[in-house]
Design a protein around this ligand. Sequence first.
Ligand SMILES: [Mn+2]
Length: 297
Amino acid sequence: MTGGLLLAWALVAASAGPPLPASPAWISISSEELRDRYDTLWAVSDVHGRREQLETLLLAAGLAVRKPDGLEWKPAQAKQLLVVVGDSIRGGPDSRGVVMLWKKLQQQAQGAGSRVVVLLGNQEVRFLAHPLRGHDEYGQFIQAMPVAALVGSWLFAHAGYFDADAHDYFARIGESWMRGDYGFLLQPHSILGYHRWWKSERRRAKLKKRLALLGLNGLVFGHDPDGLGAKATIAMDADGWFTKLDTGLKENASRGMMLRCELSQVLRRGQLMMSDAGRPACRALAPDGSLREIPVR
Ligand SMILES: [Mn+2]
């Protein structure tokens, strides 16, 4: 290795700080665990109570089968990791049906050698903060939802932006989540609440720096149906740092999509690569089962 290359490598290695500590308030899945346990990484967000549209997507993805009592995880469907990036509830007609389906699929996926991770969105936090929320199965499942997931080198979080040092910010998330005090997460500029931060180049640059300090190189988020300026579709930014998931199910702007990443294609030398020579490395699954190239914005 030449001196220049060695210096460049040392600078890159030194730029990442320590990883986040473990916490029940977020999920951490290392690149090694991804490589060893999963073939495919899926993500969906902002289902907003549209259970029928969600079922169509899960069937099209081959992750679920229809049984007389509703959808079930496909028994042989192993090595699939599905991350649900918040706002499963409110907007459409069947929030309870969506949450109970996640609960059932989460249990069945585990038995099949797969995993379903269901994260909080601002709508779930608003539900949890309400004094009259139920403490039944529905309320308990929502209360147990983590705030974010660190999967390989990507962060999955509903709005995605955080305006502080990552270790400080996640420490505060952990404290408030453990206490069941949702004021911090309810703030309009929280990691679950901040609308349209992606419109600001300055914020995008700041967020990239904060993610890089955690050793991360990508964010997958929902929350804004026009995220990155793309409506009714999943989209990726030109630098391959941001993927937005919300396709506008809340307002019936689309029938929904799921992000699908083949880990053999996107996992390179311990890092997830969102883009490959400027083109998105993942695909968008449409309700008709077709896999589409993700538009770049
Ligand atoms: Mn939202």
